[in-house]
Ligand binder design. Structure first.
Ligand code: SF4
Length: 360
């Protein structure tokens, strides 16, 4: 199959649904840890197509959702410095901080620019030599190579006024932490985009240490249903392993050039995840060679005391232990137009996906 239509083909979808219903006997909960999957699963109404013994859970797969309120507050504090330009990807701008957001700061005159690539931030720095340009570097292994390329470019071009404020995270520590915490799940629908970069070795612990199923999935209805069928078969045949459904994109060895670039630029560091707290070696900071671009080390700023949004249960939603509709603010005080918590801001956030597409 080569074209999108084939991955939405009604007959293939119906065949897969019938096969899942035929094979699935054991109650099982599968978690997706990719915001793209969260969005697609809700958009295509996948849960309503499955037998009642299969539950789908959304995990910590939306990058802006798992970033801390403290990170947002610090970005806001940087934006208030007189000689700073903030360069950010679009979703980040609406995430609520303790008392403000980047969107609100921009309306009040701070120089906050939305960029479509990390390299744009380097260009802004070169065009504005009297300013400090801080890139809000956010995302998992999917986006980390592109921001690493921007750091190398700034290094090569000797762009001394480019800074990097990292919230980059890697996925395996969070996947393992959820199981360690006792979240009830039987398998992971592993992230397709992350795996394109990393390959599949990073998931080895999921079956070998924890005995859970794991299938790397694509994003179309046929992809997701075929991945669920593969997960169901691993459970029913009691043979947990790591399999790739998304073979047209993901290779077991990943993308070697991207991995080398990440190795060149980043070091692992402990990082804080919304819902999961501080996880050892789960974030990416800059290596010594590139430390002069590190905003946290190079630009001093006072950050206000963190206040989490009252009543918001994003942390529990991101762990899959509560569903968005269990939040008392869902759909009334908290909507995509007026988000109270991070999970309602991005199309990849579970709360926004449930709000837009319903809970089936
Ligand atoms: S509905 Fe809004 S307030 Fe409630 S958990 Fe989701 S983002 Fe947070």
């Amino acid at each position: 199959m080569k074209y999108t239509d084939e991955f939405r083909n009604r007959e293939i979808v119906q065949r897969l649904i019938r096969e899942i219903h035929r094979v699935s006997k054991t109650p099982a909960a599968f978690m997706e840890v990719c915001g793209g999957h969260t969005h697609a699963i809700r958009k295509y109404g996948i849960p309503s197509l499955l037998p009642g013994n299969i539950t789908l859970l959304s995990g910590p797969g939306c990058p802006v959702c798992v970033s801390s309120t403290r990170y947002v507050d610090q970005a806001i504090a940087y934006s208030r410095l007189p000689d700073v330009i903030i360069a950010t990807f679009g979703d980040m701008i609406r995430i609520p901080g303790s008392t403000s957001s980047l969107d609100r700061e921009r309306a009040e005159g701070r120089d906050i620019r939305i960029v479509w690539s990390a390299l744009e931030a380097v260009k802004i720095a070169r065009d504005n030599p009297s300013k400090k340009v801080i890139l809000l570097a956010i995302g998992f292994e999917t986006t980390a190579p592109a921001t690493a390329a921007a750091v190398v470019h700034a290094y090569q071009m000797k762009t001394g006024n480019f800074y990097f404020f990292s919230a980059h995270k890697i996925m395996p520590p969070a996947m393992e932490a959820l199981i360690d915490e006792g979240v009830r799940l039987d398998g992971y629908l592993a992230p397709g985009h992350v795996s394109t970069i990393t390959g599949t070795e990073i998931y080895r612990n999921i079956p070998e240490k924890y005995g859970k199923a794991c299938v790397v999935s694509g994003f179309e209805p046929v992809d997701i249903l075929q991945s669920i069928l593969m997960l169901v078969k691993q459970i029913e045949e009691n043979r947990p392993g790591v399999e790739i459904q998304y073979k047209r994109v993901v290779k077991p060895e990943g993308n070697r050039a991207a991995l080398q670039l990440m190795e060149e630029v980043y070091v692992l560091r402990d990082d804080w995840w919304r819902g999961l707290g501080m996880l050892p070696a789960s974030g990416l900071g800059l290596r010594g060679k590139y430390a002069r671009f590190d905003a946290e080390k190079e630009i001093e700023v006072e950050v206000e005391e963190t206040i989490e949004p009252k009543g918001c249960i994003c942390g529990e939603v991101l762990k899959g232990v509560k569903q968005p509709v269990e939040c008392p603010l869902f759909g009334n005080a908290c909507t995509p137009e007026n988000p109270v918590g991070a999970c309602m801001v991005s199309p990849e956030g579970a709360c926004q996906a449930w709000y837009k597409f319903g809970n089936e």
